[in-house]
Design a protein around this ligand. Structure first.
Ligand code: HEM
Ligand SMILES: *[C@@H]1O[C@H](CO)[C@@H](O)[C@H](O)[C@H]1NC(C)=O
Ligand SMILES: *[C@@H]1O[C@H](CO)[C@@H](O)[C@H](O)[C@H]1NC(C)=O
Ligand SMILES: *[C@@H]1O[C@H](CO)[C@@H](O)[C@H](O)[C@H]1NC(C)=O
Ligand SMILES: *[C@@H]1O[C@H](CO)[C@@H](O)[C@H](O)[C@H]1NC(C)=O
Ligand SMILES: *[C@@H]1O[C@H](CO)[C@@H](O)[C@H](O)[C@H]1NC(C)=O
Ligand SMILES: *[C@@H]1O[C@H](CO)[C@@H](O)[C@H](O)[C@H]1NC(C)=O
Ligand SMILES: *[C@@H]1O[C@H](CO)[C@@H](O)[C@H](O)[C@H]1NC(C)=O
Length: 376
């Protein structure tokens, strides 16, 4: 009986480890689980991130080398219309599983995202949602993981994983509280259209971005008892409101306004319009920062959240705000990343440290001190 139990538990452990996908995040796993899984992963020494584009001019990016192809069974797509589109046009692997370097190259080449922003956002997401040992990240979705234990969402969620990067009050995606945090929602896009008609003369521009961001905050306050709007989500929500203007508008267009059929193509279908040209210059942290200021100013709500019931939004003085960029960085590392990996060892610790260094690299010279939660 004892022997049978030992064999059975070995089989179960093996089954789980065998079923564990190479891109699954190791965050939050017990030491026992890590012991099972780590030997079966293909460990990689993380290569440094790619540098900026040499040629940052606008050009045709929906081109014969990058045709739109519909999603195949098993391809991963998630909450980010930018990355979904890059996968559907083959700038990223079409299955939606990528390395940080592939993501940085794709957002630069396909959309002309600036190197500092691309590196910062990619490593933020990769540290919390990617596999630090294999150097792979899923841009969303669940794997077909079938183990004896029900899979933890945090293991297989990729970018869908809630509250570490993905968060509430998105423009076209629902709050995780309502059960689905990543699918396109027609009723929210209808509001996007209504606001574009009301404030943008039928297009999404910065005025619409500001009003619609505020509307989505008010809606989550009124409907989601669990609404959370603190750093890092506080920052990404405002940044993402600027992206349709900076990245989804054709680079030959001078008016900074996005037409609604083009918007639907990106948000719903992960598809660039025919003949699409990328932005006419690299869009990095400085440009996005000034656009965020424009969106924030008319409705300057401080970070906070509801208190377990609707309409109970309370400011959280411990969360970083737009005056506290270094605290955004430090809290993300000290609390979010360290919280997911309380005591990493071996290759996991080494790779975490390497990736934390890459994450900090765009802030070199910014005056923000680097922090080292796992030693140096
Ligand atoms: C650099 C790597 C990137 C990563 C890791 C990333 C990740 C994400 C994630 C996790 C979300 C979901 C946040 C949420 O709504 O809860 C998101 C949203 C969004 N992303 Fe990205 N993203 C990246 C680049 C881009 C690019 C290049 C674009 C535009 C071309 C883009 C456009 C957007 C937009 C518009 C949203 C908001 C969706 C909505 O609110 O409905 N992202 N991104
Ligand atoms: C950019 O130019 C440098 C120097 O000429 C070269 O080493 C590098 O490979 C180029 N990068 C790309 C992406 O073409
Ligand atoms: C977010 O969506 C994913 C995919 O449906 C799911 O696994 C995860 O549990 C969701 N997160 C929350 C907190 O509901
Ligand atoms: C609501 O928030 C609590 C505390 O943050 C969390 O434990 C719980 O999973 C959340 N529930 C849902 C459905 O998002
Ligand atoms: C957005 O469009 C509306 C309507 O054309 C216009 O009044 C407003 O000034 C525009 N906003 C910006 C920031 O250009
Ligand atoms: C890019 O477009 C902006 C307006 O959208 C314009 O101010 C700028 O001059 C353009 N830059 C180049 C290099 O064409
Ligand atoms: C950030 O919070 C501090 C108080 O903690 C406040 O004085 C400051 O105005 C806030 N900055 C912004 C941009 O909201
Ligand atoms: C982050 O942790 C380091 C120690 O690892 C500490 O020196 C630093 O003050 C912490 N920063 C914040 C903002 O908590």
């Amino acid at each position: 009986m004892v022997q049978f139990t030992v064999i059975l538990s070995l089989l179960l452990a093996t089954g789980k480890a065998l079923a564990f996908p190479q891109y699954g995040s190791l965050a939050g796993l017990s030491e026992r689980e890590l012991e099972d899984i780590l030997p079966r992963l293909h460990a990689v020494k993380p290569p440094p991130p790619p540098g900026p584009l040499n040629d940052t001019s606008t050009k045709l990016v929906n081109n014969p080398a990058h045709p739109f192809l519909p999603q195949r069974n098993g391809d991963m797509r998630g909450p980010c219309p930018g990355l979904n589109t890059l996968a559907s046009h083959g700038y990223l692997p079409r299955n939606g599983i990528a390395t940080p370097a592939q993501i940085i190259n794709a957002v630069q080449e396909g959309f002309n995202m600036g190197n500092d922003l691309a590196v910062f956002v990619t490593y933020a997401a990769f540290l919390v949602d990617g596999n630090q040992v294999t150097n792979l990240l899923s841009i969303g979705g669940k794997s077909s993981l079938t183990g004896p234990d029900p899979p933890k969402p945090a293991i297989v969620g990729g970018l869908d994983t809630h509250a570490v990067f993905e968060g509430d009050a998105s423009m076209t995606r629902g709050d995780a509280f309502f059960g689905d945090n990543h699918s396109f929602k027609e009723n929210q896009f209808d509001e996007f259209i209504a606001f574009s008609n009301k404030f943008g003369g039928g297009k999404y521009n910065l005025t619409v971005a500001s009003e619609f961001r505020w509307q989505r905050i008010q809606e989550s306050t009124a409907t989601n008892p669990n609404f959370s709007f603190i750093s890092p989500r506080y920052f990404t929500a405002y940044a993402e409101s600027t992206f349709p203007i900076t990245f989804f508008v054709d680079g030959r267009n001078e008016d900074g306004a996005l037409s609604l059929d083009v918007a639907r193509g990106f948000f719903q279908d992960s598809r660039m319009p025919n003949g699409f040209f990328r932005a006419n210059q690299s869009i990095g942290l400085d440009i996005i920062g000034s656009l965020i200021d424009f969106i924030f100013e008319p409705h300057p709500i401080q970070p906070g959240g509801n208190q377990g019931r609707v309409n109970s939004y309370t400011v959280d003085p411990n969360s970083a705000n737009f005056s506290q960029f270094c605290q955004l960085y430090q809290d993300f590392v000290n609390n979010t990343v360290k919280g997911l990996y309380p005591n990493p060892q071996g290759v996991l610790r080494d790779n975490l440290n390497t990736n934390l260094g890459f994450f900090f690299s765009p802030l070199q010279g910014s005056g923000c001190p680097q922090v080292f939660p796992f030693g140096q």
